[in-house]
Design a protein around this ligand. Structure first.
Ligand SMILES: NC(=O)c1ccc[n+]([C@@H]2O[C@H](COP(=O)([O-])OP(=O)(O)OC[C@H]3O[C@@H](n4cnc5c(N)ncnc54)[C@H](O)[C@@H]3O)[C@@H](O)[C@H]2O)c1
Ligand SMILES: [Zn+2]
Length: 363
């Protein structure tokens, strides 16, 4: 499989996403897409990904003739902050990076967001490319140009919209990903299908065995589909004035649960819980049936994602969701399903509606 997906931004071609099964094509694709001689290249990665893939990617970029260095930071969300950005700025200054230099994000969403943000601000903006290596970063964070870091405990508080010049996905990197991170990525995959593509949702129900076994063709298909869905939404609404908000299906209550249960659950697991609540709310509006809600719950379970959570209170979740930055004035803008495969937003749920939906996921 050698697929490419062009991503448009502001009505013009912006960059290509390349889907491959190895790093073999990386140098060719890089030369063909960028046509640029960079004086310096820095491969930014984290401690886990460095031990798996840095050597191979470093060796490839050394063939470009540029000065190639790497910068690695401790893996995890706790590194996604301005301290790490400062250290990266220092590295770039010491290595004499200029406006003709390039950053490469090799890793998951943490590496991608932090590298993109650094690229957007260093010398008022230098080129960067993404080589995402987690399911979540392949299907979600590497598409759409959102970059940023956390600040004083506030997630993604500092950031910029900044587009990469190229995204290269080596789907085979997913074979080293642990089950929890794989399941978290699947939360976003199910979300994409539910908001935009009924047929793809049906395919996900039929192909869980292949996907969970990390069958290459199945994974490529799923990743390609999700990038197409997100790419399309972002193309129409790059700065989240309208339908880009549909991507937040399951996220309003999901984020609130994530905030309250700290490190107990991953983002995709919280999104799964949020999707269960949002499905009940969609049923409440008469948009989907109770058997469709059950079907969504079964699909979430199929991919080893939770549908209930312990030790949380509905009032706390409601309160936390009201402080989410996606609130519109005083009302919560909720993303619901108009039908399976089609999203809509709704602002008029009462606290009671929300509490009832939240209680469906509380043990
Ligand atoms: N920019 C966006 O639009 C957007 C969208 C969604 C999420 N995000 C951000 O993405 C981040 C989460 O991304 P993530 O889930 O990729 O987290 P992550 O980058 O922390 O990766 C998860 C873990 O997997 C490891 N890892 C990465 N690739 C691996 C591989 N191939 N094999 C084995 N281990 C590997 C990492 O070292 C890390 O320990 C969050 O900070 C979130 O805010 C951004
Ligand atoms: Zn998400």
């Amino acid at each position: 499989m050698e697929k490419n997906l062009p991503i448009n931004y502001n009505d013009a071609f912006c960059y290509n996403i390349h889907f491959r099964n190895s790093f073999e094509d990386l140098l060719n694709v890089f030369k063909e897409d960028l046509h640029t001689d960079y004086d310096n290249i820095c491969i930014v990665t984290d401690s886990n990904v460095a031990s798996l893939y840095l050597y191979e990617v470093l060796t490839i970029f050394k063939q470009t003739g540029s000065n190639v260095t790497s910068f690695s930071f401790p893996a995890g969300e706790s590194s996604k902050n301005l301290d790490t950005v400062n250290m990266l700025y220092e590295h770039l200054i010491l290595k004499k990076f200029t406006r003709k230099s390039l950053l490469i994000a090799l890793g998951g969403g943490v590496v991608g967001d932090l590298t993109g943000f650094t690229a957007s601000t260093f010398l008022r903006g230098i080129d960067f490319i993404q080589i995402p290596t987690t399911l979540l970063s392949q299907v979600d964070s590497s598409v759409g140009g959102k970059t940023g870091v956390d600040f004083n405990g506030y997630k993604n508080m500092i950031g910029a919209f900044y587009m990469p010049r190229l995204v290269y996905m080596n789907i085979a990197t997913l074979t080293t990903l642990d089950d929890d991170n794989f399941a978290c990525g699947m939360g976003e995959v199910i979300k994409s299908a539910l908001i935009a593509d009924k047929e793809f949702y049906g395919w996900l129900k039929d192909n869980s065995t292949l996907l969970k076994a990390k069958d290459f063709d199945a994974m490529s298909y799923a990743v390609y589909k999700c990038c197409g869905i997100k790419g399309h939404v972002v193309e129409i609404d790059p700065t989240e004035k309208g339908i880009r908000a549909y991507l937040n299906f399951g996220h309003t209550l999901g984020h609130a649960i994530e905030k309250l249960c700290g490190f107990r659950l991953g983002h995709g697991q919280c999104v799964a819980l949020g999707m269960v609540c949002a499905s009940y709310l969609s049923e409440k509006l008469g948009y989907i049936t109770d058997s469709e809600v059950s079907d969504i719950i079964e699909t979430i379970k199929l991919y080893d994602l939770p549908i209930t959570v312990d030790n949380l209170y509905s009032d706390d979740i409601l309160e936390a969701s009201k402080s989410d930055k996606k609130m519109n004035g005083k009302k919560i803008k909720f993303i619901v399903l108009k039908s399976i495969g089609q999203a809509d937003s709704y602002m008029d749920f009462t606290d009671e509606d929300l509490i009832n939906a939240i209680e469906k996921v509380l043990n």
